[in-house]
Design a protein around this ligand. Structure first.
Ligand code: 4NP
Length: 157
């Protein structure tokens, strides 16, 4: 995993072992936004319910906001995520930790710090090379520019 704002919000690929989840926890993660679709979680964990039970057993809160690989969140999914993030220890994960996660993290920086799309992507790429992968994901971030009421809130620092 990687922090984009240390201790506050970061990103990760999909974990494959309980050990990786314990490492998140040891790094200060408290809340997890799960972006992969069900079938992607099933490939790694056998069942979605089992994966969620492991998160819970390790004291992590989570929400599942499934996004197809290569796509951005819808605006309402993004708003749901922004409303749910809180305090410290927020982690966003998809499968690679690059495309979908990078897009949500860049959107977060746009909303909370007033960066434009290019600045936000550049910022996330300091911590995760190649973050934001597709034209659809880039266009979503462009569409956030100039929207000043998208779940607008700043997490505590
Ligand atoms: P992401 O996209 O989950 O949106 O970051 C992917 C990136 C890399 C891989 C899969 C999905 N991969 O298998 O390497």
């Amino acid at each position: 995993m990687y922090w984009v704002r240390k201790g506050i919000i970061g990103g990760s690929c999909l974990p494959y072992t309980v050990d990786e989840i314990k490492k998140w926890k040891a790094s200060g993660v408290k809340k997890v936004v799960v972006l992969p679709e069900e079938w992607e979680i099933e490939e790694a964990w056998g069942s979605v319910d089992y994966y969620f039970s492991v998160l819970e057993e390790n004291g992590l809160k989570f929400i599942h906001v499934p996004i197809p690989d290569g796509y951005p969140p819808t605006l309402s999914q993004f708003e749901e995520i922004m409303e749910w993030l809180e305090g410290r220890g927020n982690l966003i994960h998809c499968v690679g930790g690059i495309g979908r996660t990078g897009t949500v993290l860049a959107g977060y920086l746009m909303v909370t710090e007033g960066l434009n799309a290019n600045e936000a992507i550049e910022e996330v790429r300091k911590y995760r090379e190649g973050a934001v992968q597709t034209m659809q994901q880039f266009e979503f971030l462009l569409s956030l520019e100039g929207k000043n009421n998208v779940g607008k809130r700043r997490l505590s620092t």
